[in-house]
Ligand binder design. Sequence first.
Ligand SMILES: [Zn+2]
Length: 521
Amino acid sequence: MAAASGAGRNPLVPDSLLRIIAGELSVENALKQTAAIASRARYPNSQGFFDAAEYVARRAREYGLGHVRVERFPAPEPMWDAAEASLDVIAPVPEPISALERVPELLAHNSADGDVTAELVDVGRGVSEADYRDKDVRGKVLLATGEPQPVWRAMGPRGARALIAAPTGDFFGRHTPPDAVLWGEAPAHAVVLMVSPRQAGRLRALMRRAPVIVRLHAKAARSEPGALGMVMGEIAGTHLGEDLVIAAHLDHQKPGANDNASGSGTLLELVRTLNHLIVAGKIPKPQRTLRFWWTTEIVSEQAYFRRYPEDARNILLSVVLDQAGGLRNAENNLVIIFNPAWLPSYADDLIENLAESVKDRYAPAEYEPDPLVIARGGSHQSLRTVYWDYQEITDEVAFESRERKIPGIALAVPSLDLIHSNLDTVDRLDPTWMKRTALLTLAAALYVADAGPGHARLHLPARCRPARAKRRCRRRPRLRTRAPRFGAGLGSQTGHDRIPESTVCGSGCSPQPTALTSADG
Ligand SMILES: [Zn+2]
């Protein structure tokens, strides 16, 4: 039990490896690559995604990644890219409200094209019958604070011509600020523009004085055939059939800096770092192949495994990085999402041990962090860790499925106040957290890539407990957070003093490196 307090924790990943990685890692380059990716709108099934994918593929090749390719999977709809959009008040007094050049989220994703000039009608949230009572919306433009799809459904056959939506983001109990314009999803055949709650407030203020006429301009570029994409490449190892996949989703709206240009840009920097360390002879070539995947979140991996179902057996572990940089001037947490209860794995022990030992040693709450875990221009926060039970929220879903049973490590430093909005910008990332996620991602992957029998002995004392659903073991102490309330975890120091009862780990754990299992017993 002593190990859980931090004092006396036996670090699995040697300090020397952390220092070697940190010595080569360039946070400046990770941020530069993040900015390049964030400058493109990368909606799933869009030309913008494939432009970003080609950029990533070029950089990855340049940094020494082998067998780089952009994989395409058919999508039923044509590709959709925002081309032009603007919103103006025409009467009583002309006033520009928004333009696509300034706000990439203005044109809702998959909006229909249209030029609509009509009277604006405020329907409140616009998602229930009551919101439309005594209102004539036929031929008019709706102003609503609900999400576009439920609003359009509730409007039904009432004949509105277009929608201006101003929802507030609500992610795990955290709300986006009044100036945030959310990434909205348009219902089929509807013209939908997105504005911030503050812009909606301005329109309502005008409507209180006189009827307001607005002009909406919406135009998208569509191209066939539709496709979902994924960039892949590898650093080949000598040990076949036990590969590691390091993944980050490349898709999302522009800028989508933390979610997830940051993870994608960090992966590029990890390729550069790794290759440089190998070429310089500072680390040996990994025994197991390291594959790097830049995905369309969850769906491209699902399509990949449908196309190559047998390949799942070659993958030992996935390491997923989704939101690498947190939010500057906010209190950030490293969130680790554990494997599902039915897929107990050494991976949870490993990442928890790594995160806690780095925290204890280099960035505890009590002291100024060590320069090893601070980046130039970044914060000096302590390394706070939060553990979530399995959540189906990021790429790990495609690996940790009941069909594929590939255990994973999923890391995030979320910025839930700004996620999926125009305010998720590169200048708001915290370089210190970019450095920490880069370090932890590569250290965990390299540890498993080179794990041998000696490593297995280190794992032997791992605590296990019978899972409730099945009599299988979990090899770690864990924080029991019933709901993944990110906000609720902010104040706590993870509750590592609460350790479930230990049992001896028997068989039934998920796939492990043969070297890790062979010394068991
Ligand atoms: Zn994400």
